[in-house]
Design a protein around this ligand. Structure first.
Ligand SMILES: Nc1ncnc2c1ncn2[C@@H]1O[C@H](COP(=O)(O)OP(=O)(O)O)[C@@H](O)[C@H]1O
Ligand SMILES: [Mg+2]
Length: 365
């Protein structure tokens, strides 16, 4: 049983001057999901939110909420709320009144306003701080007020535009967890916008990776990271070593032998390639391990350029004999004393067969 989408973009285009911010954009939002729009600056993420919120109108195409067109429906009648990066709180009003503002505008009764405002403040763990002014709160607390102010309206869809970007690293991680929890508790559909891949992967039910006004791939975080649709998605979703290679043989179903600058490597893929075709071999740093040249066999030969101690991991930058530099990122293990390879040492770089990502060679990226 599939529920109808809570909101849909159907072939929506939007341009500014001669530039298309969105181009025949399609998206179905599922009820109760946390969907993230992930993409570089300028790819159209904010435009998607502004169109759904009603601050912009599409040039063509249609946007639906609960099966009804939003054409001609003003922002205040849409039951969609937005939380921005800049908290946009009223500095002269108390926290309570900031949160209650929307309800007062809707002329609800005093008791209902109090109950709903207090409940929203509890949800974001600000109970007891309703009497303060926004500037008497920390950045993280102000962001929570902005969240409460949106949640108090019980929107059908909550839009969050880079809303954690202004917070420092620790707080940002805490807030990511809180947001996710809040989303589960309330069951409200969240559309979250970020250009931070870790943030996108860690909080989302689904991620839409965008480029130039289009969705390149829409899927669960794990699919995006482990089964990227193309090189752009692979590189945007995570740190990647990309090696150019040429298909030399097809030893079996789903297996290819490729040549990485003369070194034969067997890889697995369910995509179709022809012999002689150029491919991109994508290797995640955490999937790679380097071992001493003398002891190792297979893999790709190279020389250690640099090591970076990072506490949890040891990162090794290796210049492959095949040309490119690649990075291996290894966890410390008591039983792997040979992890630490000094600069200059010859090593072979290997990985668990099948963990490589094989993609068509893309001249653009
Ligand atoms: N009001 C506007 N006037 C002109 N160009 C705009 C306007 N809003 C957005 N754009 C352009 O549309 C494209 C998409 O913008 P935006 O949706 O804000 O991207 P993102 O949020 O992914 O950074 C960008 O090239 C941006 O410069
Ligand atoms: Mg933006």
């Amino acid at each position: 049983m599939t529920k109808p989408p809570i909101a849909s973009f159907r072939s929506v285009s939007k341009h500014y001057g001669t530039h298309y911010a969105l181009c025949a954009f399609d998206l179905d939002l599922r009820e109760g999901e946390l969907l993230t729009l992930l993409g570089p600056s300028g790819c159209g993420k904010t435009t998607v939110l502004r169109l759904l919120a009603g601050f912009e109108t599409p040039d063509s195409g249609e946007i639906l909420l609960d099966g009804r067109t939003l054409a001609g429906v003003p922002p205040e009648a849409r039951n969609v709320n937005t939380v921005f990066q800049s908290y946009a709180l009223f500095p002269h009003l108390s926290v309570f009144e900031n949160v209650a503002f929307g309800l007062r505008m809707r002329k609800l009764g005093g008791a209902e306003i109090r109950d709903r405002t207090e409940s929203a403040l509890r949800m974001v763990r600000l109970e007891g701080l309703g009497g303060r002014r926004p500037l008497q709160l920390s950045g993280g607390q102000q962001q929570r007020v902005a969240l409460a102010r949106a949640l108090v309206n019980r929107p059908r869809v909550l839009l969050l535009d880079e809303c954690l970007s202004a917070l420092d690293y620790r707080l940002r991680h805490d807030m990511q967890l809180e947001l996710k929890e809040l989303q589960r508790q309330t069951g409200i559909t969240f559309v979250f916008v970020t250009h931070d891949r870790e943030e996108a992967l860690s909080i989302s039910d689904r991620v839409a990776v965008m480029r130039d006004g289009r969705i390149e791939q829409l899927g669960r975080p794990r699919d995006i990271y482990e089964r990227p649709a193309n090189l752009f998605v692979a590189q945007f979703a995570g740190e990647s070593n990309v090696l150019e290679a040429t298909v030399t043989a097809k030893p079996g179903p789903d297996a290819l032998t490729v040549s990485v600058a003369g070194t034969p490597v067997t890889v697995q893929t369910d995509r179709n390639f022809v012999i002689g075709e150029k491919i991109a071999l994508v290797l995640r740093p955490e999937d790679l391990h380097a071992h001493d040249d003398a002891t190792g066999r297979g893999g790709l030969a190279g020389r250690v350029l640099e090591r970076t101690y990072r506490g949890v991991t040891l990162d090794t930058l290796i210049a492959l004999d095949a040309g490119p530099r690649i990075k291996a990122c290894e966890f410390f293990r008591e039983d792997a004393p040979t992890l630490d390879h000094p600069p200059g040492q010859r090593v072979r770089v290997g990985w668990t067969p099948g963990w490589e990502i094989v993609l068509p060679h893309d001249a653009e990226t």
